[in-house]
Design a binder for this molecule. Structure first.
Ligand code: TRP
Length: 331
């Protein structure tokens, strides 16, 4: 059964963009019975490249875990493995081995590193400013996550397909399939979710709709979307409305079509916002209740993560044994 692996970096409180971009597609994928096993992990050691506050790290890991589990209340442990990267120490053993087959010149092309380099260039500062080795090595750790569990597919952005080169070098050096080469599943169908200001929803733009606001905070958030002073009776083009775009991403097609008609006939922005807030509330009320329950029961979270860690390590063990044997460090 093919294994599909997804990493979630806990660097911010989960928001609607995370739900629509990652969680919902993951849910849809796991609804197809029996055709694959899903591996989801919290990439806490990836977050360490930017989160250096102990309490915040602990809180973010907890929030991300509770969020995912709130949407997967009754996941089938035979088909979904949910774990924490730091609970699988084999990851770091493999990361070192991979690093020894990764040329520095190739790492210079890594995305996260180049992005910081570009920032430094623009600011005319030292090119190495703000770049620690964790950021530089980011793709190696990511490759370890992927290769450690013999993953068959990884849904990643085009700019993140960097694990194959390293695996190929190891396979070439030792002969045979020491590491299993997964496929990068680039999904262009997942739309970019706009934030409150119309730019891509991102914690770095401070334009997110957090997933688990209270019902009244959620309403307030939606009401803060800027609108113009067109009168309620004036016809409005749904295609150019941010409020409509967000609605469409959540609502069923019939309801979306019905609301589009109301826009074209003339709708007040207050009413349009109320429609969006109601739709979101209907969607999020049940997961919110589960989220709050999990956040109030950290023991339950730990228990679920411990079970996931056990399963992930069981999958990692034969891979590590294979790799150790291949490089001549077998016990
Ligand atoms: N880099 C991913 C992110 O920024 C998280 C991640 C870490 C990941 N390791 C991975 C994703 C392995 C897919 C596969 O969110």
């Amino acid at each position: 059964v093919p294994r599909i692996l997804t990493g979630i970096k806990p660097t911010g409180s989960p928001h609607l963009g995370n739900y629509l971009g990652m969680i919902r597609p993951a849910l849809a994928a796991s609804a197809t019975p029996g055709d694959h096993v899903s591996l989801y992990f919290i990439a806490d050691y990836h977050a360490l490249t930017s989160v250096h506050d102990r309490a915040r790290m602990a809180q973010l890991v907890k929030e991300v875990a509770a969020t995912w589990l709130a949407f997967f209340p009754n996941f089938d442990p035979a088909r979904v493995v949910f774990y924490r990267q730091s609970d699988v120490p084999e990851t770091f053993e493999l990361a070192w081995i991979l690093a020894c087959f990764t040329s520095k010149g190739w790492m210079n092309k890594a995305h996260a590193y180049k992005a910081q380099l570009a920032v430094n260039e623009a600011a005319r500062t030292d090119p190495d400013a703000g770049i620690d080795c964790g950021l530089y090595m980011y793709p190696v750790l990511m490759a370890a996550d992927i290769l450690l569990l013999d993953s068959d597919g990884v849904p990643v952005g085009k700019d993140q397909v960097q694990h194959s080169d390293i695996a190929q070098r190891i396979n070439h050096t030792y002969g045979g399939e020491v590491l299993h080469l997964p496929e990068a599943l680039v999904d262009d169908a997942v739309a970019i979710v706009p934030g409150l200001d119309g730019r891509k929803m991102s914690k770095s733009y401070d334009n997110t709709i957090p997933l688990f606001l209270s019902a009244s905070q959620l309403r307030k958030k939606i009401n803060s979307i800027p609108t113009d002073s067109t009168p309620p009776e004036a016809p409005k083009d749904p295609a150019t409305s941010l409020i409509f775009t967000l609605y469409k991403m959540i609502a069923p097609p019939e309801e979306t079509a019905a609301l589009a008609d109301r826009y074209r006939a003339g709708i007040g922005w207050g009413a349009a916002k109320a429609e969006l807030a109601n739709m979101l509330e209907a969607h999020l009320a049940a997961p919110r209740a589960r989220y709050e329950e999990l956040m109030a029961n950290p023991d339950r979270l730990d228990e679920i993560l411990a079970r996931g860690a056990e399963r992930a390590r069981a999958l990692a063990k034969p891979v590590m044994e294979r790799v150790r044997r291949a490089i001549g460090i077998a016990r």
